[in-house]
Design a protein around this ligand. Structure first.
Ligand code: NOJ
Length: 550
């Protein structure tokens, strides 16, 4: 693996409290996770991203911390965390954690002190207004659930700012002490051995909020400062950021210092995510082709993180009304599948009708497009959602390990579980679980292992450049390539249902000994790159040539 390990990584995101419970209290924990590292190593994961692990009232699944220097006692101890880092490292797996510093919980001692008196040393750690701001009802990230971004605090006798829920007061980035504290938090965890951070809500962290100004300026220099700090502490540490902003804004988040990224290393590709969903819904790759064409050239060291699903709803806000309607019609037709009209609260397997062919196609696409793939736990076995749970909890049910009660997640009484296990229907744990799939070479899990192994053998996907190939391809087919010093791969993905042929003869001159390294079925010897067969919803990853010296 090259120096920039994150370019060739496979990231696996999980929430410790719904992964595995080792002590039978109904809540997943770090010791449970340690016991499953071998499973993750076999799957081929090289980096685990843990959703928030800090003490928290858990009103937003841990994205409301009360202490950034500790581990939530429900999950274990700091000692368990250090052990996790050690055991993961032994298996070549890095661990990154969520850094949620746009806000704290309103129960955080800093906020408790800040609200108690204007003279508190923490007063200026948050964003206040003595009078009611005009833009109080603007800028909500969770419209429908949240009605304002400024709330009145009776103890403080002032209004405080919160981009998210009212129990998540925003920290004041203009305060040098807050900036120092954020750096100190990163130092602490880096010193323990984490490989970096998934930074929550970055556009809001750097917001220099002015009451009454819904378009407050942003302090991008803080990102430069933070990057420098993190890199000084640990040279290969990575910042993977959530910045769901307009595409033309993204480059400023990556930063460019003399041709190299000097701010965020990796950004989640929200734009591609929406377009992938649309392409799957319409069975038409056009929007992906646009994405490949429009992608700005990244400064050195910058990288996309691609994903199909994450722990939140699918955000459709960057699609046009027509596009959004098509995605909703295909994947979230009923109101209960949607989240206040702003997105879809479902997992991928049910969205694709649990159709194995379409699932493989979707993941083969994700993994072959530029960037580092990020998977969410349970995707590898095709888990479903529980729409009877409120909001985003629908997609946060416990991992389904086996046929045992509670899916082998926990030995606790059912009522004690952190969240109910899916135990009915097509996606119930009796049908969808790791144990069943591990012993079946044709399972989705076995397929994921194979695909990830293939990806590891093709570093040009993560580290090279990816482009659309303009070959005469039938509607519904995406042809693209990845080029790097290690060689060239060509990919065909058929989003449509008909069997087709694609003419790749223009690539013949570049081909060394072309072979299928991953495909939906055996297509026989590839031979000459003439008319290449492709089944409906089929895919072929073809190695065209190896780079010199590889
Ligand atoms: C983004 C996270 O992904 C989401 O789950 C959370 O609710 C908000 N940030 C607030 O921290």
């Amino acid at each position: 693996m090259g120096d920039r390990w994150y370019s060739e990584a496979v990231v696996y995101c999980l929430d410790v409290d719904t992964y595995v419970d080792s002590d039978g209290d109904g809540i997943g924990d770090l010791r449970g996770l340690i016991g499953r590292l071998d499973y993750l190593a076999r799957l081929g994961v090289t980096c685990i991203w843990l959703n928030p692990i800090h003490p928290s009232p858990n009103k937003d699944d841990g994205y409301d911390a009360t202490d950034f220097y500790a581990v939530d006692p429900r999950l274990g101890t700091l000692g368990d965390f250090a052990e996790l880092l050690h055991q993961a490292q032994n298996r070549g797996i890095r661990v990154i954690i969520d850094l949620v510093v746009n806000h704290t919980s309103d129960q955080h001692p800093w906020f408790q002190s800040a609200r108690s008196s204007p003279d508190s040393p923490y007063r200026d750690w948050y964003v206040w207004s003595d009078t009611e701001p005009d833009d109080r009802h603007q800028g909500m990230v969770f419209p429908g659930e949240q009605h304002e971004t400024w709330s009145y605090d009776r103890t403080a006798k002032a209004w405080y700012y919160h981009r998210f829920y009212r129990f998540q007061p925003d920290l004041n980035i203009d305060n040098p002490k807050v900036r120092e504290e954020i750096k100190k938090i990163t130092s602490f965890w880096l010193q323990l051995g984490v490989a970096g951070f998934r930074m929550d809500a970055v556009p809001f962290i750097i917001e220099q909020t002015e009451p009454g100004n819904p378009n407050s300026p942003k302090d991008f220099e803080f990102l430069t400062e933070l990057r420098q700090h993190v890199q000084w502490r640990r040279g290969d540490a990575v910042l993977l950021a959530e910045a769901n902003v307009e595409p033309d804004q993204l480059s400023v988040y990556f930063g460019d210092g003399g041709g190299s990224s000097n701010r965020i290393h990796m950004l989640f590709d929200f734009m591609l995510n929406g377009r992938l969903m649309l392409a799957l819904a319409r069975e038409d790759p056009e929007t992906i082709i646009d994405a490949l064409r429009d992608t700005p050239k990244l400064p050195m060291g910058a990288q996309w993180a691609t994903f199909l699903r994450n722990h939140d709803e699918i955000d459709l806000s960057r699609l046009t009304a027509d596009q959004r309607n098509d995605v909703l019609a295909a994947f979230g037709p009923t109101e209960e599948m949607q989240l206040y009209g702003r997105g879809i609260r479902r997992r991928l397997a049910p969205m694709l009708g649990n159709d194995r062919r379409r699932l493989e196609l979707a993941y083969a696409l994700q993994f072959s497009l530029r960037g580092t793939p990020v998977l969410r736990y349970g995707e590898e076995i095709g888990m479903g959602e529980d729409l009877s749970l409120p909001g985003r909890e629908a997609i946060r049910t416990p991992m389904q390990w086996s046929f045992k009660p509670n899916a082998g997640f926990s030995t606790a009484e059912e009522e004690k579980l952190v969240r109910p296990v899916i135990d009915k229907g097509e996606f119930g744990y009796q049908k969808v679980n790791v144990t069943a799939q591990r012993s079946d070479p044709r399972s989705l899990l076995a397929w994921f292992e194979r695909m990830i192994r293939t990806l590891r053998e093709a570093p040009e996907i993560g580290s090279g450049s990816t482009s659309h190939i303009d070959v005469p391809a039938p509607a519904g087919v995406l042809a693209h390539r990845a080029d790097g010093p290690t060689g060239t791969m060509v990919f065909l993905h058929n989003l449509g249902t008909d069997d087709v042929e694609v003419d790749l003869s223009t690539l013949e001159a570049e081909a060394d000994l072309p072979i299928d390294v991953l495909s939906d079925r055996g297509y026989g010897e590839l031979g000459k790159l003439g008319a290449i067969k492709l089944s409906g919803h089929g895919y072929r990853w073809i190695r065209l040539c190896r780079g010199q010296g590889f």
